[in-house]
Design a binder for this molecule. Structure first.
Ligand SMILES: [Zn+2]
Ligand SMILES: [Zn+2]
Length: 394
């Protein structure tokens, strides 16, 4: 396979270079108009239009989500999915750099499509909304987005090049208390204070944090704390994230968190409503065979990788790519789009996501993903190793 694969790799890299201006334009446009989970309408439209103007057939609103899309091309048995995210964060916009994920995923897809009949298998480009909350990839997978897919891959920006992202499970929880409004001065004895209930629940969670594993995290915000100081708050609500290293450890932690919020209801008499997200985010099932190929391909572009085992153990996030990695062999490598000191989810990272350094990460990401897809489609041994690693990790 060597010579043929090498030639195809040279071609996809040349194609990404040819697409450089267009990919930069797409990335910068998404960056300039950040949209939240499930609302990424302009980004989805732009990406769908970009694929269609290259002659690809694209299904918009794919797999049950309005802002998802899918495009499949090629022929043959093996199928690789290349994923593109494009949602942003409230207030700080593209501080997770998902505009670069979109450009790298679509760029890789376009470069592979340009091979035409010489593409040695099938490629499915998936536009996957709602990564920051909502677990969009899991929702799409439940509707069949990964059916017939043998491997899935994407690139996430970072401040350092990594073969994967240290990752834990995450459950989203919306908490709402309902009490009884009353004049806070004239007749407080008639009131049932929903905010008090939430504060007691919040403090109970704070106490719980002392007695959880070092790999576990609970954090949240108050999204509604009442309307006026002179009215006993009738309604109060918050949003909390609960994280643990595995799905097995997450379940009992969720139960303990529920207990904290029930304490608030018991203490005040307010009614409690707990609403868990439609799907929990799972940890990443690491696939060394695929990750190694991505690393070698990215190194061929001059990237140097930081040894993942040297990262501080506390550094960890969550991604719905974890859910994908429990269904098919997957990779979630990270490429540096910002200087070392700069971490994701802050305003400085957002600026770098719209910079030339960010563009370079998207371009290198597109090339590395396309080259790794070629490795996968041309090398039956790699497919076999990726599959057996996936199964033995299960
Ligand atoms: Zn992200
Ligand atoms: Zn993020």
């Amino acid at each position: 396979m060597g010579a043929k694969a090498d030639e195809l790799k040279r071609e996809v890299c040349a194609e990404v270079d040819r697409l450089r201006d267009e990919l930069q334009r797409v990335s910068r446009a998404i960056h300039a108009q950040p949209e939240l989970a499930f609302e990424e309408r302009a980004a989805a439209r732009l990406l769908v239009d970009t694929l269609r103007s290259a002659g690809l057939e694209v299904e918009a609103g794919a797999y049950g989500l309005e802002t998802a899309f899918a495009s499949e091309f090629g022929a043959g048995e093996a199928c690789v999915a290349v994923l593109a995210e494009y949602d942003a964060l409230p207030e700080i916009g593209h501080a997770c750099g998902h505009n670069l994920i979109a450009a790298s995923g679509v760029g890789a897809g376009l470069a592979l499509a340009a091979l035409g009949d010489r593409l040695p298998g099938r490629v499915r480009i998936l536009g996957t909304p709602a990564e920051e909350r909502g677990c969009g990839k899991e929702l799409m997978a439940r509707q069949g987005a990964l059916d017939g897919v043998d491997a899935a891959m994407m690139m996430h920006p970072s401040s350092v090049n990594l073969v994967t992202m240290p990752c834990v499970c995450l459950a989203e929880l919306d908490v709402t208390y309902r009490g009884q409004a009353a004049h806070a001065a004239a007749m407080p004895e008639r009131g049932v204070n929903a905010l008090d209930a939430l504060v007691i629940g919040y403090q109970a969670v704070a106490a719980l944090r002392q007695h959880i594993r070092a790999t576990e995290r609970i954090h949240g915000i108050i999204t509604d704390g009442g309307q006026a100081p002179n009215v006993v708050p009738e309604r109060a609500s918050g949003r909390f994230y609960v994280r643990a290293a595995s799905a097995e450890e997450l379940e009992p932690l969720k139960a303990r968190v529920e207990g904290c919020f029930r304490a608030g209801a018991a203490a005040t008499g307010a009614d409690l409503q707990l609403e868990w997200g439609a799907a929990d985010y799972l940890d990443i099932r690491f696939n060394a065979a695929l990750a190694e190929r991505f690393r070698v391909n990215a190194e061929s572009l001059g990237r140097e990788f930081f040894p993942i085992e040297k990262l501080p153990a506390s550094l960890q996030g969550s991604t719905d790519m974890g859910n994908v990695s429990h269904r098919v062999p997957s990779i979630h490598p990270m490429l540096a789009s910002a200087p070392l000191h700069c971490t994701i989810h802050n305003a400085e990272f957002e600026k770098w996501a719209g910079s030339e350094k960010g563009d370079e990460a998207a371009i290198d990401g597109a090339k590395s993903l396309a080259m790794t897809a070629i490795d996968f489609l041309t090398d039956p041994d790699l497919r076999e190793r990726a599959r057996s690693l996936f199964e033995s990790a299960g």
